[in-house]
Design a protein around this ligand. Sequence first.
Ligand SMILES: Cc1cc2nc3c(=O)[nH]c(=O)nc-3n(C[C@H](O)[C@H](O)[C@H](O)COP(=O)(O)OP(=O)(O)OC[C@H]3O[C@@H](n4cnc5c(N)ncnc54)[C@H](O)[C@@H]3O)c2cc1C
Length: 379
Amino acid sequence: MDTETRDHLLTAVRRFVNERLRPAEAQVADADAVPQDIVDGMKDMGLFGLSVPEDYGGLGLSMEDEALVCMEIGRTSLAFRSVFGTNVGIGSQGLVMFGTPEQKAKYLPRIATGEITTSFALTEPEAGSDAGAVRTRAILQGDVYVLNGTKRYITNADIAHLFTVMARSAPHIEGAGGVSAFLVPSDLPGISIGRPERKMGQQGAHICDIVFDNVRVPVENRLGAENAGFKIAMQVLDRGRIHIAAVYTGTAARLIADSVAYAAERKQFGKPIGDFQLVQAMIADSKTEYLAARALVLETARLRDSGASVVMEAAASKYYASEMVGRVADRAVQIFGGAGYIADYGIERFYRDVRIARIYEGTSQIQQLIIARETMKGK
Ligand SMILES: Cc1cc2nc3c(=O)[nH]c(=O)nc-3n(C[C@H](O)[C@H](O)[C@H](O)COP(=O)(O)OP(=O)(O)OC[C@H]3O[C@@H](n4cnc5c(N)ncnc54)[C@H](O)[C@@H]3O)c2cc1C
């Protein structure tokens, strides 16, 4: 995408965020649902297809351009991003990177338009950070794999039409080596979806269990080679981490802007609280950390676009941006004082919403392990 078209897209997304999404933030949180007219607006803008190649009807953005769009989208309630985020990130990218031409032709055009929603199903009750320990089984019987097991906390499971499922195809191989990835339509017999979990934040975005009870998945739905599923999942997550880091960097920008506006308006001791240097120090710390995250995320995205391996840089981006936005949200509550604790001001909602950033798509501890491992390998 040339710079001019990219700038038009960013302007359009910013306008959509300001005019359609921000006014609906409280309503979405209260109703725990994103209104259909907003979802339709996202479809019209092509948001579901940001990362789907143009040949399959998407916008085919570079990682850098996707990161810039994510930074705009991050400036509003994070539940909005979840509506299309799985199609752009972890739900579609296994297919984009490892799908056969037939698999891509079958699903990608409808993923790009938002006609179908995708989910990425890796986590299980007993396999979280230790993702290679998945117990869901996929046993080959003739020309089908029979899936049995439970996936946990799967974003958009209740609305998804297609899951990328990691399941153990080689029960005799323990750990990551015995896992394959599958494209599983959600309407196959034997699939049931749990009730959405009640969560700390991001109301409007749902996570549920998926239970597989003798689900017969055709062999042609396997993604990549047999027993290569863990590597596929890790490559999808490497990319997803840049996406997530960009989104939460955008949220930090929003929180800083809100803090500055409040500090200019709220008066104590006869002056705006923004005149007090201890308040300025909080704004300065937040801004500095935001700028550092933005630079790291964009540099990592450009590096990935150049074809380089970014395992370490993607982990560092996700680690830093998600920890950073936690600190920025905490300072925003502090700058708002009592109002920061009151629901009507919306700041406490962001404080709760950003907490998950340090947990999903690899906890901060898992990112630290990756960064250290890669660094000690000489990277
Ligand atoms: C809102 C939400 C959305 C999600 N969406 C999805 C989704 O779409 N698809 C999906 O597959 N999963 C999803 N998840 C699951 C998420 O990715 C996991 O919760 C996460 O990976 C952590 O796993 P866990 O919850 O089992 O925690 P655990 O792995 O049990 O970790 C508990 C604690 O132990 C620490 N720990 C674990 N191992 C180590 C170690 N070796 N060294 C140091 N510390 C360690 C962790 O860092 C953490 O602090 C979602 C979760 C939530 C809450």
